[in-house]
Design a protein around this ligand. Structure first.
Ligand code: AMO
Length: 408
């Protein structure tokens, strides 16, 4: 049996071990030959460490090694220490030379090339940092909503009906019956308001998007929340504000180097759809950019026309052509959609034009008493894209799925 690596020291811990003999492990990230010495950079989950080697040094990039050596203070080394007198044990050798040069400060390849080699490309510190932004964002979302008395749920992803619109669902053969991949946890999160009052979910959802755009994926991560006993959608918008502020805070703590972090005002400005100057039932991407130029990096648009919102949306009292709904625009793009929902059984029956049969399961919740409620969903990859200044949502998507991409 291979010897277990005991007392492995990480690159981030190395400076605390000056003068000691330690064992490290990781990938050979780079090497620099300087005449009589070679500097080897070892990459582990915490960062990089410099190892001073006597040439010749034959191991190639991305070889996985365990290395034992003495920690020596060295001003010019990253972290102020380096490893001397190393002895290497190879744990795995690459079967062929890596097609990307991870030692470069930035990968210069085009996005399609990076996506084709994603298992390798994500190892690059700059690329990996984007995934740290995703992870820190989810952690911040959870922490904020836990603090507000929400309960996390995990709802079915194989479902019997479309939730958002019939057009972009993926169909499945479910033991001979038609079924769909969930477009959102909409019906189940509402149902669970009847149990917990406040729920959230972080999970994958699917949209069979017919076009390849820089902002749409066929599979994305939806951060959803739903809460009961609200007055109207403005109570939901207050939770959205706290959620994004908590996410920004978490990224600041865990992955600050990767992101350009915004201030989140105590109250995010808002305007009604009828005040946007848009002569249609929805905002176009150009409208979203313009509204952010006019109102700042954060702006809520409320009161979307009923014609463009799903059947579960609550109408605006006194102006039923509008709804108690909203989008949150951030740095020129919609990142959140939400609103108040219908909560009376009879309102659902009439919104569905009496065609209740496909929705029997969902409608049980309303039949047996539901409070006024509402919620929202934030697209995680779009959000992270805004934080890192991505031009395309695929830059902040772990193994994107779109019309043309099913691997890696
Ligand atoms: P909606 O369909 O607007 O609302 O989606 C909510 C948010 O999800 C993100 N998003 C996407 N991200 C990547 N690729 C896509 N194809 C994609 N489609 C949407 C966006 C968007 O703002 N049930 C409602 C939410 C609710 O009312 O609670 C819903 O799913 O960031």
């Amino acid at each position: 049996m291979e010897e277990v690596i005991r007392m492995r020291v990480l690159s981030s811990e190395l400076s605390a071990h000056a003068g000691e003999r330690v064992t490290m492990a990781g990938w050979l990230h780079a090497k620099r030959e300087l005449g009589s010495v070679t500097f080897v950079v070892l990459r582990d989950r915490a960062g990089m460490a410099q190892v001073v080697v006597e040439p010749p040094f034959e191991l190639s990039a991305e070889t996985v090694v365990e290395v034992e050596g003495v920690v020596v203070a060295a001003e010019q080394a990253p972290g102020g220490v380096e490893l001397h007198e190393p002895s290497f044990r190879v744990l795995a050798e690459p079967a062929e030379p890596p097609p990307l040069e991870l030692r470069r400060p930035e990968l210069k390849e085009s996005l399609p090339v990076l996506l084709d080699h994603a298992p390798l490309a994500w190892r690059h510190p700059r690329e990996r940092a984007k995934l740290e932004v995703l992870a820190a964002s989810v952690a911040g979302f959870r922490r904020t909503l836990d603090g507000l008395g929400f309960t996390e749920i995990c709802t079915p992803k194989i479902v019997a009906s479309a939730t958002e619109s019939g057009a972009n669902v993926f169909r499945l053969d479910y033991f001979g019956r038609p079924a769909f991949l969930a477009q959102s946890p909409q019906f189940y999160k509402q149902t669970m308001v009847g149990v917990f009052e406040r729920v959230y979910e972080t999970g994958k959802v699917w949209r069979a998007e017919p076009h390849e755009t820089g902002r749409h994926l066929a599979e994305y991560t939806s951060l959803d929340a739903e809460l009961g006993f609200i007055g109207d959608h403005f109570d939901v918008m207050a939770v959205v504000r706290d959620a994004v502020a908590g996410m920004v805070e978490s990224v600041r703590e865990r992955a600050p180097q990767a992101a350009d972090l915004p201030e989140v005002p105590p109250e995010i400005p808002w305007l009604h759809f009828s005040e946007t100057g848009v002569d249609d039932v929805d905002l176009a991407p150009a409208d979203e950019r313009r509204l952010c130029e006019q109102h700042g990096e954060w702006v809520f648009v409320t009161g979307f026309p009923a014609a463009k919102r799903p059947f579960y949306t609550h109408p605006e009292p006194g102006r039923p052509e509008y709804t108690n709904s909203f989008d949150l625009l951030f740095r020129g793009i919609e990142i959140v959609t939400g609103g108040q929902r219908l909560h009376r059984y009879e309102d659902y029956v009439s919104a569905l034009g009496g065609e209740t049969a496909p929705y029997e399961g969902y409608l049980q919740a309303f039949k047996y008493g539901m409070p006024p409620h509402g919620g929202f969903a934030l697209g995680l990859e779009r959000w992270a894209g805004r934080l890192v200044g991505a031009k395309n949502i695929r830059e902040t998507t772990l193994f994107p799925r779109d019309r043309s991409r099913l691997t890696p």
